[in-house]
Design a protein around this ligand. Structure first.
Ligand SMILES: [Ca+2]
Ligand SMILES: [Ca+2]
Length: 290
């Protein structure tokens, strides 16, 4: 649906109320089923904005272990605002402005081993013009995925960081302890709103974390990607970006199909991070692989 800015709250609540159908299956790898689902974002060349929530629902008997979100079209005008687990789906939202019609896509990475995964959540109340940041802990389990899900509004928000971090009581330096998400609540949307900061935690599993990126980037559009080790499959990933959350936004954080014969996005993670001011910043992409 296309709406002027004043219609944002209504548009968001309608999108959230829609019951999800099953997502399209992209294929299986390493015990995971990769799915995706897209929704059309309207033509906004007349100066409007258009945002949608979309859920990639896992096949019967499975739950999301990870997932991602992308918005098609010019990254400078495309924003990811939610990317997080929601019951049996991966929930995504995205919006764009002053651009031709495009789509918002939710990617889900589903497992039948329901007892291996759990979602850890914390809710923060975030006013307009303020960023929200929280590292949701996984305790003894490994943080393999996560993100944010604002309770209200699609076009009020953009995602800045969604990545695994080290920093628990463990002695290692693996980023397996928490999932850090940072979101920006745009000024002009004053009332504080609740945002769920989620981590997907995996039990008794050896996770390989891979990282790649661009240090001191002054590019407007940054598209780093990272590959999983051979014979491992990606279960989660996302961007870690330096600097204020108001300064840069994410247009894509999604699993990657690259370098093998199947068509399944099981090989790594890719991001698109936009830095309109071209201020110097580090743009890093993580992948969690099992
Ligand atoms: Ca650690
Ligand atoms: Ca592949």
């Amino acid at each position: 649906m296309t709406s002027k800015v004043g219609g944002v709250v209504l548009a968001a609540s309608l999108a959230l109320a829609a019951a999800p159908a099953h997502a399209a299956e992209l294929g299986h790898a390493g015990g995971f089923t990769y799915v995706k689902k897209s929704k059309i974002l309207g033509d906004t060349t007349s100066g409007t904005t258009s945002g949608e929530g979309v859920e990639a629902k896992c096949p019967d008997g499975s739950v999301p272990a990870g997932g991602g979100t992308s918005v098609s079209g010019d990254p400078l005008a495309s924003y990811v605002s939610a990317s997080a687990p929601k019951q049996r789906s991966w929930f995504s939202s995205g919006w764009h402005f002053d651009t031709e019609s495009g789509k918002a896509t939710a990617w889900g990475i589903c497992t039948k081993k329901k007892s291996k995964v759990r979602v850890s959540s914390e809710s923060l109340n975030i006013a307009g013009g303020v960023s929200g940041s929280f590292a949701t802990p996984c305790g003894q389990d490994a943080a393999v995925s996560g993100g944010v899900r604002p309770q209200v509004g699609i076009e009020e928000w953009w995602l800045n960081t969604s990545s695994p971090v080290d920093g628990g009581a463990d002695a290692d330096e693996k980023p397996d302890d928490s999932w850090l998400s940072i979101t920006w609540h745009r000024p002009g949307f004053f009332p504080p709103q609740d945002v769920s900061f989620d981590a997907v935690c995996m039990k008794d599993t050896k996770v390989a974390y891979k990282v790649a990126g661009i240090a001191f980037s002054t590019q407007q559009i940054n598209k780093p990607k990272v590959h999983c080790p051979k014979r491992k499959n990606v279960v989660g990933g996302g961007p870690s970006v330096s600097g204020p959350a108001s300064q840069s936004h994410v247009a894509k954080t999604a699993p990657l199909d690259d370098g093998d014969k199947n068509k399944v996005p099981d090989d790594g993670w890719q991001i698109t991070v936009v830095n309109p001011s071209m201020a110097e910043m580090d743009v890093v992409v993580y992948a969690a692989c099992v």
